[in-house]
Design a protein around this ligand. Structure first.
Ligand code: GLN
Length: 538
């Protein structure tokens, strides 16, 4: 019988519920158990695929092609597992399934009600994830904050599960303790209120993870213990730290893993010493020499704030590779629109050791990205293009090297030389406005050509990578591009689609149609990022 650990958030959002959940997973894995994690997002969207990155942050893609929340990416990076559509639940998915079943008469004439049918569907999905993964522990992160209207049905599902199997379900509340500058003291009242909210939903947390600026002192732990009705030892201190990869180590200082196992009457299978991560954290802390990487994008400006959430997997992949080379990753955000307004500023690219043009949608900012790519090509700056980054590299090369002046992508232009075009089956989908979940998504095979930078990086000629795009390199232009020196370094064998392009006589110019960033792990960086950073360091 698997054990279920629900994780909910109190006081406010953005306090790292995802990485906390992932860290609990890491700890239990290190103790010899099989762990999986499920993210519940309370929004009505069926999946994250139709949302704008500024609205939602990164859309993470699993191997089976599920477009989901970035927290699923955190789970994969921490637990080092490959997750699937079963690891992701939304209000939209739950209601859609229940309504479809009702239409098929599967409720056998019954009145289908919000309670219990909706929470029951949630429970079924959680149990399915447990069954399919054969996990000893299923972590379930409930999105949003307790007390919200939106996630109450998910809390209800957790309450029902606990009622049915009290010994198999645990509840963790991740809360926040502010230290208001003017008072100078850590305040516990908001956390007490959050627990009250949970109590009203019929739930008593077993463990409280207390996020704050600084570690909790004894009086604070005692106060939370008394007022929130949990043992002192179950109040876990989670202060702000520089690297998220240190969180599992910090939790273990408060013996979180043992507390969880004890509550389930279980024991450590293996001495969970987290050696690999201790080594990683040591490198993170001691790598002083920087490697300076510029990311040319557009999804990071909202008003006066810079949001880098849209590129979280790219950021993590850069970091993993930099640490592999014992360098301190220094990542800078470069706005492609600035290069359009003022091309003189392109010169700043010279200050970077490497440049990345990541994925993206829509025409805003693309000409600036093309200018940046041209600059990297001509000035031999190590360059890595991801998805849209490949498409724009091809347009740039077609325009400026092959002399195809009107080269463009069907995503942004209706006529001209569409060197990037849409696949025939995609045309019908766009015409019928069938946008949700219909891109080329998830794992596809790719065969690498000999004597390329890619094969040198991967050290094998058959790879599988994750995709999320509608447009492709148009094979009608392949010969012309090749004749002018663009190397088609990776091809999808089933459909003969170009997956990787490279340039010779350049220290590192590689662009890929897929998203390698999704498969990078902290202690196992992605081969392409590894080679890119190596070139950047050089
Ligand atoms: N917009 C492009 C496409 O749909 C690229 C997508 C991406 O970068 N993920 O093909």
């Amino acid at each position: 019988m698997p054990k279920f650990i629900f994780v909910a958030g109190g006081v406010m959002s953005g306090i790292g519920k995802g990485v906390t959940t992932a860290s609990i997973g890491k700890i239990l894995t290190s103790k010899g158990y099989r762990v999986t994690a499920v993210k519940i997002d309370p929004y009505v969207n069926v999946d994250a695929g139709t949302m704008n990155p500024i609205e939602h942050g990164e859309v993470f893609v699993t191997g089976d092609g599920t477009e989901c929340d970035q927290d699923v990416g955190n789970y994969e990076r921490f637990i080092a597992d490959n997750l699937t559509t079963d690891n992701y639940i939304t209000t939209g998915r739950v209601y859609q399934a229940v309504i479809n079943r009702e239409r098929n008469l599967e409720y056998k004439g019954k009145c289908v009600e919000v309670v219990p049918h909706i929470p029951q569907e949630v429970i079924n999905r959680i149990k399915k994830a447990a069954r399919k993964t054969k996990a000893d522990f299923v972590l379930i992160e409930i999105g949003g904050t307790v007390g919200e209207y939106q996630n109450s049905l998910f809390l209800e599902a957790s309450r029902m599960m606990r009622l049915a199997a009290p010994n198999d379900v645990l509840f963790v509340l991740i809360s926040y303790l502010p230290v208001p500058q003017i008072i100078g003291e850590m305040k516990s009242k908001p956390t007490q209120q959050a627990v009250r909210w949970l109590n009203m939903a019929g739930i008593q947390p077993d463990i409280i993870v207390a996020r704050s600026l600084v570690p909790l002192d004894k009086p604070r732990k005692k106060k939370i213990s008394v007022f929130c009705n949990v043992a002192k030892e179950d109040v876990i201190s989670a202060p702000d730290i520089k690297s998220i990869y240190e969180i599992p180590l910090n939790f273990e200082k408060d013996r979180l893993g043992d507390r969880i196992l004890r509550k389930f009457g279980m024991r450590t299978k293996r001495k969970g010493d987290l050696q690999d991560w201790k080594r990683l954290v040591r490198i993170i802390k001691t790598s002083k020499k920087p490697v300076k990487i510029g990311v040319v994008g557009k999804y990071f400006e909202t008003g006066k704030f810079t949001l880098t959430d849209s590129y979280i997997s790219v950021i993590e992949a850069i970091k993993h590779a930099a640490w592999f080379h014992k360098r301190k990753p220094e990542i800078h955000w470069l706005s492609s629109e600035d290069y359009e307004k003022n091309p003189k500023t392109l010169k700043e690219l010279k200050e970077y050791d490497g440049i990345i043009v990541p994925g993206g949608f829509g025409g805003r900012g693309i000409e600036g990205k093309i200018k940046a790519i041209e600059y990297c090509r001509k000035n031999k700056i190590p360059f890595l293009g991801l998805c849209l980054g490949l498409q724009l590299s091809v347009i740039e090369f077609a325009r400026h090297v092959c002399g195809i002046k009107k080269a463009h992508s069907a995503e942004f232009a209706e006529s001209g030389d569409l060197v990037i075009d849409v696949m025939p089956e995609q045309k019908a989908l766009i015409r019928d406005k069938k946008y949700g979940g219909t891109m080329r998504l998830g794992d596809y095979k790719c065969k690498l050509k000999p004597n390329t930078k890619s094969i040198k990086a991967y050290k094998t000629s058959n790879i599988v990578e994750r995709h999320r795009h509608r447009y492709e390199l148009n094979n009608e232009y392949r010969e012309k591009l090749e004749k002018n020196g663009m190397v088609m370094a990776g091809i999808n064998p089933e459909k003969d689609l170009v997956e990787i392009v490279e340039l010779k006589k350049h220290p590192f110019f590689v662009a890929v149609q897929f998203h390698p960033e999704f498969k990078s792990r902290p202690t196992k960086p992605h081969p392409l990022f590894k080679e890119f950073i190596k070139a950047a360091v050089k």
